[in-house]
Design a protein around this ligand. Structure first.
Ligand SMILES: [Zn+2]
Length: 59
């Protein structure tokens, strides 16, 4: 049985073990970004909102 949980970062399109669920524009749509891309969606963004952390390995 394969139990692979992967999500792709909305910024770099790479799978990451940890992603942050954020809102980044007025549509209030949730996207997932990796820690490396977080500053790029967060900086100077009045629409930025943090909605939690997603982890590939769940307890
Ligand atoms: Zn990324």
């Amino acid at each position: 049985m394969r139990a692979t949980r992967t999500k792709l970062c909305a910024g770099c399109q790479q799978a990451a073990p940890v992603l942050f669920r954020v809102q980044y524009d007025a549509s209030q749509a949730w996207i997932f970004v990796c820690p490396a891309c977080l500053p790029t969606v967060k900086e100077n963004n009045p629409h930025y909102a943090y909605g939690g952390t997603w982890k590939a390995s769940k307890k």
